[in-house]
Design a binder for this molecule. Structure first.
Ligand code: ADP
Ligand code: MG
Length: 556
């Protein structure tokens, strides 16, 4: 009824099936050993419930499974349920099973070659099962030939083991390859320490947990590496749905659009998203390796996960890493911190909804604002702070629901080539939706009459402390350049326009600032619910904790 035609494609597929079986058998400790990257031998030993002596050979026949009660597939909670793995492995390798169901010390050994039982005898073994797979694909030359280089196969196996370690953080899991240890988890049951076991101690202190968030039919939680821990590919994004590692496409897309604007371009996070949901709400029988699941309420779950990720990434200031004291020598602190020595407004902290109360100390190197809070020191990049403020203001809606729009005292003239003008006209509605209104002024010129609110850039706005610190001259060239971006999806086009406009018109680094301007920047950033990163995803806020200073200076 549920045959999926399971295919054993490579050593990693064998490891996946055998470790899943061990987990289904309730193992607390599982060892995986490889020789010759798995083509010579794969051995998986567990301390699970074992297989009764008279059922070992049966377990290796097609569609034999002990995991289904009746024919109801909707409630399966075990990782396997089709009874296809052992016969598929036995068909392409020599399989030896040694298993015992109690601790009498005696179990049974069964060896199968090309599917038939060759050995069936008593063997010493404490409770649990050892499966040894030798000479994989010896009878399928095509698959043997298509096996990748040993490192490639090994990397695939390690990937499978890491995924299962995250599925079962309370199980001790180890992987050795030609006696070298590749993976080892402690089985602490804690997801953070499991991630550290898998990826290394450098992760400690850089993992942000989010959730749990309760939805009607699911609970969403997880862990994400902080923005300085990113990697180039999506290989370390793990989604676990109802106890299975899975790749639900829609959910993954929603997660990615949540972190994309908060991480450096082209980089991806180390991320684990756990979705606890009733297994009757998912359909795992879509994919031969059960990697794709159909998830009911995927949209709601994806929105919850995306919201949690956006919040945790956008709010956490990046801890400044002061490596060895020697590197401090290279730290250029710039000429002078502040003109007036004692002008640090101690009784006048800057209070905002999304940052702790901050006391402004001054400007460093004409680039950074230096601030103090109860929990240490904060550094703010002045350019990115203004960028964040501009981006938020441009995306803010008026009371009437439209964008907050400013009428320019003098309309701005935009002159274009014929091709640019055609593209520009096509964008009229989208530009209007952002707050830009213009009229044609001869065939290829346009007069810009309104723009979205851009404090510090547009002179017509109430002259505040930031007035004319921005690069107002960049407004027209940026709009003109954007017309050469070819037809992209509307939402990404206007998003890119806003990000680029904010970046190009924001006040530059190297500009000395008045205290009022610095306060205005900090106030603006603290109003944003994503105060830690600029719209490109680069850090704008750094934190040096008192604790860190104590350690670095050896004050304790
Ligand atoms: P499935 O996992 O879909 O049931 P398999 O072919 O993987 O099918 O395994 C067949 C049966 O063998 C399982 O249902 C289980 O009863 C038994 N089995 C396999 N591996 C183990 C193990 N490590 N410990 C205990 N039982 C096992
Ligand atoms: Mg199985």
């Amino acid at each position: 009824m549920i045959a999926a035609g399971e295919v054993i494609e490579r050593p990693a597929s064998v490891v996946k099936e055998l470790v899943e079986n061990a987990l289904d058998a309730g193992a607390r400790s599982i060892q995986v050993e490889l020789r010759g990257s798995g083509l010579d031998m794969i051995r998986v030993s567990d301390d699970g419930i074992g297989i009764p002596a008279d059922e070992i050979a049966l377990a290796c026949t097609r569609h034999a499974t002990s995991k289904l009660e009746g024919f109801d597939l909707s409630g399966v909670t075990s990782l396997g349920f089709r009874g296809e793995a052992l016969p598929s492995i036995a068909a392409v390798a020599e399989l030896t099973i040694v298993s015992a169901t109690d601790n009498s010390g005696v179990g049974r050994r069964v060896t199968l070659r090309t599917g038939g039982v060759e050995v069936d005898e008593p063997a010493p073994r404490p409770v649990g099962t050892t499966m040894s797979v030798r000479n994989l694909f010896h009878n399928v030359p095509a698959r043997l030939a298509s096996a990748g280089r040993p490192q490639t196969e090994m990397a695939q196996v390690a990937q499978v083991v890491r995924r299962l370690a995250l599925v079962a953080p309370s199980v001790q899991l180890s992987l050795r390859s030609d006696r070298r240890e590749v993976v080892r988890t402690r089985g602490s049951g804690d997801l953070t320490s499991t991630l550290i076991d898998l990826y290394g101690a450098e992760l400690a202190g850089h993992l942000l947990t989010f959730g749990p968030k309760n939805l009607d039919d699911a609970v969403v939680r997880g862990i994400i590496g902080s923005p300085e821990l990113t990697v180039p590919g999506r290989g370390h994004i793990h989604v676990i749905v109802a106890g299975r590692w899975a790749q639900p496409r829609g959910l993954l897309a929603m997660i990615e659009s949540a972190y994309r604007p908060l991480l450096p371009r082209g980089r991806h996070p180390i991320l684990v998203v756990i979705v606890e949901t009733d297994s009757s709400l998912i359909d795992v029988n879509l994919h031969p390796a059960k990697l794709e699941v159909r998830l009911l309420h995927e949209r709601a779950i994806g929105e919850a996960a995306a919201g949690l990720i956006r919040d945790v990434l956008g709010r956490t200031p990046i801890p400044l890493r002061l490596e060895r004291p020697t590197s401090l020598i290279g730290l250029d602190l710039g000429p002078r911190i502040d003109e007036a020595p004692a002008s640090y407004d101690a009784d006048d902290p800057i209070v905002t909804p999304h940052l702790p109360p901050l006391r402004l100390i001054g400007q460093v190197a004409n680039r950074l604002l230096l601030l103090e809070a109860g929990d240490g020191m904060y550094l703010i990049d002045q350019h990115r702070a203004h960028e964040r403020i501009l981006y938020e203001r441009m995306t803010q809606a008026d009371a009437g629901g439209g964008p907050k729009r400013v009428t320019l005292p003098e309309p701005l003239l935009i002159e274009l080539t014929a091709a640019q003008a055609r593209r520009f006209s096509r964008r009229q509605d989208e530009l209007a939706a952002l707050g830009f209104e213009w009229e044609e002024f001869g065939g290829r010129a346009f007069l810009l009459r309104t723009a979205p609110s851009m404090p510090g850039v547009l002179a017509s706005e109430t002259p505040g402390a930031l007035a004319s610190l921005g690069e107002s001259g960049e407004l027209v060239p940026t709009l003109r350049d954007l017309t050469s971006l070819e037809d992209e999806a509307t939402d990404t086009w206007s998003e890119r326009l806003l990000v680029r406009l904010a970046c190009r018109t924001a006040l530059r680094r190297g500009r000395p600032l008045s205290r009022e301007a610095m306060r205005a920047l900090v106030e603006g950033v603290g109003q944003s619910d994503l105060p830690a990163v600029c719209p490109h995803g680069s850090p704008l806020l750094m934190h040096v904790s008192v604790d860190q200073l104590e350690r670095q200076f050896d004050w304790r």
